[in-house]
Structure formats: structure tokens, C-alpha cells
Design a protein around this ligand. Structure first.
Ligand SMILES: *[C@@H]1O[C@H](CO)[C@@H](O)[C@H](O)[C@H]1NC(C)=O
Length: 425
């Protein structure tokens, strides 16, 4: 039987293990993921732990002890699934405290479960400290990238900045390095981050550390688009600009072959930004056949149907893969978020009788768990630190600077462009 709807109380109860019951795995994932739409994870955890302990009480101390010893491994299993799939929930110190309390409680019953709790907590702490390091590293990289040297602002002086092809002129290698960055950043996104943003805003939450790996990932997409546009607008010579465009078309093609749709889309977005798109004379030197095919693949019409077909193809390839390279699927991320957002908006979370619409929660969980499979792929390519460093830190033009650089490359063609340039100066 498929669970369609139930009251919140009943759903919480359904999560609580007993001596002869353990909830189904997909239920555990679905409810831990989406219950945050209705109550705070901390509240859920306290209630589940409380129910689990209370249900064993009979009034007879010895019997209680025996029964708790039987249920303890199941409670440990549930908490293990929680800490492993949603570790960021435990950045809330109340959650950590609750986990500690349960460890003490379990210790009274059985040594084996107590050890399991200890190991689980250690793994969790390791994971959270890796997250802290990652956040610091991203913040440091962003700070470097923002230190825009004055030289970049004027095109003539930008000669000091090396261009992408002087760092890497092989489109295969560049696409592989982009894939590294994508998978690195994807691996830190918690499944709950998709749902968290819809959850009720809690004014008391400001004091605790929030995770925004999802945001960091979207910033990376924008950065890549601006990087592509900067590289194209910067060279003084038309021939050189045309060569960079052709190079990025090859990189985009390679991203497509790898299954890295997010970098592909960022590159296409960069090429379609108006400062790049308006460079008519430059584009006339470029063979655009390959680019048109790629654009067609990512065409937004009919709800991105071409892209969705390609994504399904990549997903099937991934499922039957023999090598980790064939496993790679990196979705066009903004669209994934949009799909989940509309799924949430388009469908009520509660039915008129107050019950929770669990069909919707199954659907949310389905989309997010697909993402979890993609997230866990280990990138098989060799890392090139120099190229990676360049991609994440080299300064890029702002939007206005891009327009100015574009007009310096090819002067304004009409009054509108002349006005636009005047207002920028
Ligand atoms: C677009 O397609 C996705 C996936 O099939 C679907 O979830 C979504 O509702 C569609 N959006 C629109 C506006 O049709």
C-alpha cells in the first residue's frame, strides 16, 4: 500500500521504531527530507526519541530495560540514517545535544549500541568539519576573485591578465577541470537545502549557522558565464576573439559529451550575453554549426524538452556505466531547482481535512534522491591545480565593464548603442 495522506501525528509515529517495527527506508528519507515543511528537525527528533523511549515503559523496571535493549539498535539505525543523509541538521546545537542525551540513554541498555552511537557521532563531526573547511575555502576564493585589479578595468591595460588559452588550450582538459569544480560543489549540497528554502521562516533561526551550498553553487554558474564573456570581450584583435569563441564552443561540446550540462549551459549563457552576442564582426569569423546544435540541445522551448531527453539519456548511461566517467550526470541546476520549486508551489502540502498530502512528499523525495545519486559520483579526471585556480579566482568583468569592453572591440552600431556607451563611461 502506498501512503497517500495522514495526520502529522500519525506520520511522526510511523517513523518511530519499536521492538518489532522499523520504518521503510524510502519513508525514512521522504519524511526526514520534507517534514521540515511542517516542523523543525529538532522538534521531530525530540518527539521521535521521546516516543521511542516511552513506548517501552511498562512500569516494571527490569522489563523496561530488556525491552529498551531490544529497541535500541533500531533507534541507533534511524539516527544513523539521519546523521548520514542530513548531517547539516546537526549544525543546530540542540540536535547535537539531543544526540548526546540519546547516547547516554542507550549506554544504560547495551554496550554495542552505545559504541555504534559513538562511531556515528564521530563520523558526523568529521563531516561537519569538512563542511566548515569547504565554506571557508569558498569564501577565500570568492574574496580573491573579487579583488579586481585596476588593470582589468581598461582593456588596453588588461594585457597583464593571462587569458584562458594561455592557461589551458585543450578543450578536453578544460571541460574535465570544469567537471571537477561542478562535482566538488555539488557534493557539499545537502538534500534538505532544496526544501529548506520553502520551509516556514523561523525568526529564531538567525542565531545559528545556515548552510547555503546551494547558493554557492548557483554563484559558480554565474561566475562561469561571466568568465566566458570576459575572455571573449577582452582580446584586442578580432581574430583572437574568434579563436576564443571557437575554443569555448569546443569546451561546451566536451561538457555535453561528459554529461556536464551545468557547465554547458553556463558557457552558452556567457556566449549569449549581449556584450558577446553583439560582436557581429567577430562572430562572422566563427564557424557556428556546432554551437547551434548545442544551443538547440539546451533550447528552453517546450519546457526544455530537448535537454530533458538528453538528461534522461545521460541518466540511463549512468545507470549501466562500467567506468566512473560514464557515471557523470551534472544537471542544469537552476532548472532542477525551478522544477522542485514549482512542484512545491503547484500542489498543496495539506489537504482540506488538515492531513498531510504525502503524495506530494513522495514526489519531492523522488526528485531530490535522483540528485543524490548524481552527487555521489567521484570525478575520474586528473586535477590540474593551475587551471582550477584560474577558473575559480581569475578576475572577471562586471556587466558594465563587459559592455564597455565590447564597445571597444566593436564600436556602437546604432544610436541606442551609442547612448548606452555614453551612459557607461
Ligand atoms: C516541465 O517538466 C517537468 C519535468 O517533466 C515538470 O515537472 C514540470 O511541471 C514541467 N513544467 C511545466 C511548466 O510544464
Amino acid at each position: 500500500i502506498i501512503l497517500v495522506s495522514a495526520s502529522l501525528e500519525a506520520l511522526i509515529q510511523h517513523l518511530v521504531p519499536t521492538v518489532d517495527y522499523y520504518p521503510d527506508r524510502s519513508y525514512v528519507f521522504t519524511f526526514l527530507l520534507s517534514s521540515r515543511l511542517f516542523l523543525h528537525p529538532y522538534e521531530l527528533m525530540t518527539r521521535v526519541c521521546h516516543l521511542c523511549v516511552e513506548q517501552q515503559r511498562s512500569g516494571d523496571a527490569l522489563l523496561d530495560k530488556i525491552r529498551f535493549r531490544e529497541v535500541a539498535p533500531k533507534l541507533v539505525q534511524l539516527l544513523t540514517e539521519w546523521t548520514e543523509t542530513f548531517p547539516y541538521d546537526f549544525r543546530d546545537e540542540r540536535m547535537m545535544r539531543c544526540l548526546k542525551d540519546m547516547t547516554h540513554h542507550v549506554a544504560r541498555g547495551d554496550e554495542y549500541s552505545w559504541r555504534a552511537m559513538q562511531q556515528m557521532t564521530q563520523r558526523l563531526i568529521k563531516r561537519l568539519s569538512a563542511l566548515g573547511q569547504y565554506e571557508e575555502a569558498v569564501a577565500a576564493l570568492n574574496a580573491v576573485a573579487l579583488e579586481r585589479p585596476a588593470s582589468l578595468k581598461s582593456k588596453q591595460a588588461s594585457g597583464q591578465r593571462s587569458d584562458v588559452m594561455s592557461v589551458c588550450d585543450d578543450p578536453f582538459i578544460l571541460a574535465q577541470q570544469l567537471t571537477h569544480i561542478e562535482l566538488d560543489r555539488l557534493s557539499f549540497i545537502g538534500p534538505e537545502e532544496f526544501i529548506q528554502s520553502f520551509a516556514m521562516k523561523d525568526p529564531l533561526e538567525n542565531h545559528k549557522r545556515k548552510t547555503s551550498n546551494l547558493e554557492a553553487y548557483i554563484n559558480w554558474f554565474n561566475r562561469l558565464s561571466y568568465l566566458v564573456a570576459t575572455e571573449i570581450c577582452m582580446p584586442v584583435k578580432k581574430k583572437h576573439r574568434a579563436r576564443i569563441i571557437e575554443f569555448f564552443i569546443d569546451v561546451a561540446q566536451e561538457c555535453f559529451n561528459i554529461g556536464n550540462f551545468n557547465s554547458l549551459m553556463a558557457i552558452i549563457t556567457g556566449m549569449n550575453m549581449s556584450p558577446v552576442a553583439r560582436l557581429r564582426k567577430t562572430w562572422s569569423k566563427v564557424n557556428t554549426d556546432k554551437f547551434e546544435i548545442l544551443e538547440h540541445q539546451m533550447d528552453p522551448s517546450s519546457n526544455f524538452s530537448n535537454y530533458r531527453t538528453a538528461l534522461r539519456g545521460a541518466t540511463q548511461r549512468s545507470e549501466t556505466a562500467h567506468s566512473s566517467q560514464e557515471k557523470i550526470v551534472i544537471p542544469f541546476f537552476s532548472l532542477l531547482i525551478k522544477d522542485i520549486y514549482f512542484l512545491n508551489e503547484g500542489c498543496a502540502s495539506r489537504l482540506p481535512n488538515g492531513h498531510i498530502n504525502f503524495e506530494k512528499l513522495w514526489e519531492l523525495a523522488k526528485q531530490v534522491s535522483e540528485f543524490l545519486v548524481w552527487r555521489q559520483v567521484i570525478c575520474p579526471f586528473d586535477r590540474d591545480r593551475r587551471i582550477l585556480q584560474y577558473l575559480v579566482t581569475t578576475p572577471v568583468f562586471s556587466e558594465d565593464e563587459l559592455h564597455l569592453a565590447s564597445y571597444e572591440s566593436e564600436g556602437p552600431e546604432n544610436n541606442m548603442e551609442k547612448d548606452s556607451r555614453r551612459s557607461l563611461r
